[in-house]
Design a protein around this ligand. Structure first.
Ligand code: GLN
Length: 426
């Protein structure tokens, strides 16, 4: 049985492909040359399963997506109090390049836009670090998050530096108020090199899954950040990650996220997964047009809104797999949402089932949400295609609509033989 998740991602990409509004960023000449038709998506679970679709091998520069991760690194190296003495943690509701400082103490308030982000970058590797050492420290750290050696796109960096008046004026302003110690040119150089780190959409999904996983990279298993740091960073992303569209984003999509001008967009579902999209055309707020649409669909169709009340499953979703004669009974338990269904289908893909018939047993399941139901039915349909007889044990009729994708029905088999022993006593 093949898991349907890449297929879902593909379907979402197809639904947003027609959106050809917006324009590639042109204030960085190298970005203006980007192919606007690229479209890719990836999803990585905190258990380390990576799925992707579309242009998933294409590299692009991280740009502002680097901000939350460098913020996390600063929190890790200095702690919240020290970082907060220089940069606040408020959503400023402003554009990314706003000349924005707090009126009283001149601190930048928002670490997710340039003024705050440049200040944060200047902390990395010690305030006395030289540019090269600081950039290398950042590159190595981002590489550990991605689980592969990331490189820097010097062409894009140079091209941005030729037109960096705005960021330079920010850096001069920060230095004027003693918020940063470095020369303004060096500060902008370091920050721009950081923004020029190249990634694929798969890297972004893995990097964000590391935040969602409390700092342990889910594929390499390396512990990179403290859980507290990940919590703080995701909290800031949830209120400030999407520039002047941040409030609407949280209401409509409900996924802590960060976008960048090269067209990348990533989001985290704490404890569950990281997701990312790549499509270079941007809306007026500087967020990827198709990326925003894809995230809206992912949130709605996969039930990923953080404020939804049926998110976690808490217990392993497969209690046991029992073989009775020629039947394999997969006993499920708890809440069947996207994460639970993903985990079940992933395990069934690997499991060597020798029986002729496979039944999914819902007797110990508490609730099934829409995506959980759709995915489990699709899993069953694929098992039938692989030659198994399929069915459900569903005494409480949690799967009321048993119609599958192809219009056929899942058979319900609540016969005594397959019910849990003693259940009738309750
Ligand atoms: N390097 C870009 C800048 O500072 C990043 C901006 C962004 O991605 N929004 O202007």
């Amino acid at each position: 049985m093949q898991t349907p998740i890449p297929f879902y991602l593909d379907e979402i990409l197809e639904k947003v492909r027609y959106q050809d509004g917006g324009a590639v960023a042109d204030y960085i000449p190298q970005l203006a040359a980007a192919n606007p038709s690229y479209l890719g998506a990836a999803l990585c679970t905190t258990t380390g399963h990576l799925y992707s679709a579309g242009d998933d091998e294409e590299e692009f520069t991280m740009q502002s997506i680097s901000k939350p991760f460098i913020y996390a690194l600063a929190l890790q190296e200095y702690g919240l109090e020290e970082v907060r003495s220089l940069v606040g943690m408020e959503p400023s509701g402003e554009a990314f390049n706003e000349l924005s400082l707090n009126r009283d103490d001149h601190r930048p308030v928002n670490p997710m836009i340039n003024a705050g982000a440049m200040t944060v970058t200047q902390l990395i590797n010690g305030v006395d670090s030289g540019v090269d050492e600081r950039v290398e420290h950042i590159r190595k750290y981002l590489s550990r998050l991605a689980g592969r050696d990331l490189t820097i796109d010097y062409q894009t960096c140079d091209s941005e530096l030729e037109h960096a008046e705005r960021n330079l004026s920010l850096a001069h302003m920060l230095r004027n108020y003693d918020i940063i110690q470095d020369d303004a040119h060096d500060a902008v150089m370091t920050y721009t090199l950081q923004c020029s780190t190249k990634v694929t959409v798969k890297d972004l999904a893995v990097i964000s899954a590391t935040l969602a996983n409390g700092g342990t990279q889910p594929i390499t298993g390396e512990k990179i950040l403290d859980a507290d740091v990940c919590r703080l960073t995701q909290a800031v992303m949830s209120s400030a990650g999407m520039y002047d569209g941040a409030g609407r984003w949280m209401a409509e999509v409900g996924i802590p996220a960060k976008s960048g001008v090269s067209g990348g967009l990533l989001g985290t579902l704490p404890g569950q997964l990281g997701i990312a999209t790549f499509s270079p055309r941007l809306n007026t707020e500087g967020n990827s047009v198709r990326g925003v649409e894809a995230f809206k669909l992912l949130s709605q169709e996969m039930g990923l809104h953080l404020m939804a009340t049926d998110q976690r499953y808490g217990v392993a979703p497969i209690r046991e797999v029992e073989i009775i004669d020629d039947t394999a009974i997969v006993r499920l338990q708890g809440v069947m949402n996207f994460s639970a269904a993903e985990s079940i289908l992933y395990r069934l893909e690997d499991y060597e089932i020798t029986a002729e018939q496979v039944l999914l047993d819902f007797s110990q399941v508490t609730t099934v949400n829409r995506i959980g139901r759709t995915m489990l039915k699709e899993g069953l349909r694929r098992m039938r295609e692989a030659g198994f007889k399929i069915g459900v044990i569903d005494p409480d009729e949690l799967i009321k609509d048993r119609t599958m994708r192809d219009g056929t029905q899942v058979r319900r088999d609540d016969t005594e033989d397959f019910m849990i022993e003693g259940e009738e006593l309750w």
